[in-house]
Design a protein around this ligand. Structure first.
Ligand SMILES: [Zn+2]
Length: 271
């Protein structure tokens, strides 16, 4: 583990802390996160049936600890589009209105060919669910957490249909040019552990060259471990490795990266 003594607070902008992968040791995971300067964790929703699980986790945690803050989001993830029903959108609208989370998400588009074939998640159905959620977020003035894989152009086309939408592209994997266009559309670019892989040239360029006020940092735990932890389950405590890598790529201090990404997350999620 890297030294974190000079690093101020960090916000993990995307972590699936409600997943079963953390059922055995969630309290230890949170303790290690705290020891590694994490103050806030944004927990995205994936399917209707799990929204209550996130809601319960966040409110139970609030009662027993005032240290790390857990912030829920609710949404319909494109990866499970074959499970979503039209009615889930109505349910989502009411659930958001009632529970007032920090964002709608995650929603988005995943156009990997193998995924589309395996999950019968055709582009048209994915786009319908994505744009319906953008519309809800737009109406409720909530930021959106967007999952975008092999679909950056299509994601931008959908976003452009809504005037006042803002949000983040989680675990960004597009080009530098596309990232600049997304920033012009009022979106933040969130960088995960993939930036620590020497062969990840595209994302390393993005992390090195974008203005710092457009960046967020995330683990996407339990997935997407950084290079040093690639054989292990990911967790929020590892976020510092991503901070360190971005600092090196930009020739800036870890402290600067930590401070500015915290400011960016607080502003987007109104924390
Ligand atoms: Zn995710």
């Amino acid at each position: 583990m890297l030294s974190t003594k000079d690093v101020p607070h960090l916000i993990d902008a995307h972590c699936h802390l409600d997943f079963e992968a953390f059922d055995e040791d969630r309290d230890q995971v949170l303790k290690r996160a705290e020891e590694n300067k994490i103050t806030d964790i944004i927990i995205p929703g994936t399917q209707n049936k799990f929204w209550n699980r996130i809601n319960t986790l966040c409110s139970a945690h609030k009662k027993k600890s005032n240290t790390i803050r857990l912030h829920p989001c609710y949404g319909l993830h494109p990866y499970w589009v074959h499970n979503h029903e039209q009615n889930d959108l109505k349910h989502l609208e009411r659930y958001l209105d009632k529970n007032k989370p920090v964002a709608l998400g995650e929603c988005g588009l995943d156009f990997r060919p193998q995924y589309i074939n395996q999950n019968r998640a055709d582009k048209k159905t994915q786009t319908m669910f994505f744009e319906a959620q953008l519309d809800i977020a737009n109406n409720q003035q909530l930021p959106v957490v967007v999952h975008s894989v092999n679909a950056t152009e299509a994601v931008m086309q959908s976003i452009k249909k809504f005037n006042n939408i803002t949000g983040m592209i989680h675990s960004y994997s597009g080009s530098l040019e596309q990232a600049k266009q997304l920033i012009d559309l009022n979106f933040l670019i969130s960088i995960g552990g993939s930036v620590t892989y020497p062969q990840a040239k595209k994302i390393r360029k993005v992390a090195g060259e974008l203005p710092l006020n457009a960046l967020l940092i995330e683990t996407d735990a339990p997935d997407q471990s950084d290079h040093g932890n690639r054989a292990r389950r990911n967790e929020p405590a590892f976020l510092i490795n991503t901070v360190k890598e971005i600092a090196q790529l930009r020739n800036e201090t870890e402290k600067t990266i930590a401070q500015q990404t915290t400011i960016n997350a607080k502003k987007l999620f109104r924390l």
